[in-house]
Design a protein around this ligand. Structure first.
Ligand code: 2P0
Length: 345
């Protein structure tokens, strides 16, 4: 018997992945960049066990047994086994490829509420499988076949997913571009506006955008290409105010193409927009105080929840402001309402 348990954190994109050029291989239309959060906070935990005694494959997600017939899990398993069988030919002894597998996975945060649960889940699954079968080399291209954004959670810190050019997707991989403490003492606040399952999942939403949005053509051909270059420069120069502006601009553009989708994909709510407005007001104050290095930025994924990147020096001020502007209801504790999360391990 062999068993491995791993954890993998969620990642938050600052240049968003939205739209595929190949749905089966999960190949994106543009490069993206994300920040992988700390292992201690929002993460998936997966145990993979293989044994000659198991009589069938089994899978549990958040305590409930689920079918392993999911084509994305099957694609990951197939690719892992293909790589493992190559190693076997190179001389590995045991015939573990014929053993059945048990997979047990759980998230410590809401699943499918626009909080990147599939990214952490597939990164964790593929990493654990890689350990069990002794796979070496890049795992991001396998995690990508589970869920596009999962390829970025294979690495810590700031990570770039290269869209790649090849039809077979072998060059569509993630690479770390800066360590977790690149912007020192950075904190991440996740404001959970709604933790329910979203109405239009990312996969369907992005397909509809690619099929119907003209604005998407502008994003893919022009704006996201130049924004990516500016973001790489901002990261290289440790230019925090530029990083903030580019992050907010890209989130806004992603939600604009969602709105331009027909019928529209609307993920942000009035509360989301109110959080964004608050951040802009706060930043105006910082600009007037000539304190632009303490700017804050927001980004929204395919859901209403705001993710704020906040310099550590002002995190208490920002949390106080959030609690003032959005007081918790009497049934909620502040801890349930706003979670302050350290972005570096
Ligand atoms: C991102 N999102 O870059 C963007 C921003 C959501 C908004 O990656 O179809 O769950 O499994 O590849 O990875 C969510 O998309 O979609 C996502 P699939 P995935 O983080």
């Amino acid at each position: 018997m062999k068993t491995v348990t791993c954890t993998a954190p969620v990642n938050i994109a600052v240049i968003k992945y939205w739209g595929k050029r190949d749905e089966k291989l999960i190949l994106p239309l543009n490069d993206s960049i994300s920040f992988t959060l700390s292992q201690d906070d929002m993460c998936a935990k997966t145990t993979v066990t293989i044994s000659p005694k198991f009589t069938e494959d089994k899978f549990w997600l958040n305590g409930k047994e689920e079918s392993l017939e999911n084509p994305r899990i099957q694609n990951c398993l197939k690719e892992i086994r293909r790589r493992a069988s190559k190693r076997k030919l190179e001389g590995s002894a045991e015939d573990i490829l014929n053993w059945h597998i048990h997979i047990c996975s759980a998230n410590n945060f809401p699943t499918a509420a626009g909080l990147a649960s599939s990214a952490a889940g597939y990164a964790c699954l593929v990493y654990a499988l890689g350990q069990v079968y002794g796979i070496e080399g890049d795992l991001s291209s396998i995690a990508r076949q589970g869920s596009g954004s999962a390829c970025r959670s294979i690495y810590g810190g700031l990570v770039r997913w290269h869209k790649g050019e090849l039809e077979d997707g072998t060059d569509s991989i993630a690479r770390p571009i800066a360590p977790a403490d690149h912007f020192p003492n950075l904190r991440v606040i996740i404001c959970v506006a709604n933790s329910e399952r979203k109405k239009t999942g990312s996969t369907d939403g992005m397909r509809q955008t690619v099929q119907t949005s003209k604005l998407m053509q502008h994003r893919i051909k022009e704006s996201v290409v130049s924004r990516m270059e500016s973001m790489i420069k901002a990261i290289k120069d440790k230019n925090w105010p530029a990083f903030c502006d580019l992050t907010m601009a890209d989130s806004n553009e992603m939600h604009a193409v969602c709105q331009d989708t027909f019928p529209p994909c609307v993920y942000m709510t009035d509360t989301s927009h109110a959080v964004a407005n608050l951040v802009h007001q706060y930043n105006d104050l910082k600009i007037s105080q000539r304190d632009i290095n303490h700017k804050v930025c927001y980004t929204f994924d395919a859901g209403p929840n705001a993710c704020l990147f906040v310099p550590g020096a002002v995190v208490e001020e920002v949390l106080a402001l959030l609690l003032f502007a959005f007081p918790p209801s009497s049934s909620q504790s502040p801890a349930e309402y706003v979670r302050g999360i350290q972005a570096h391990p």
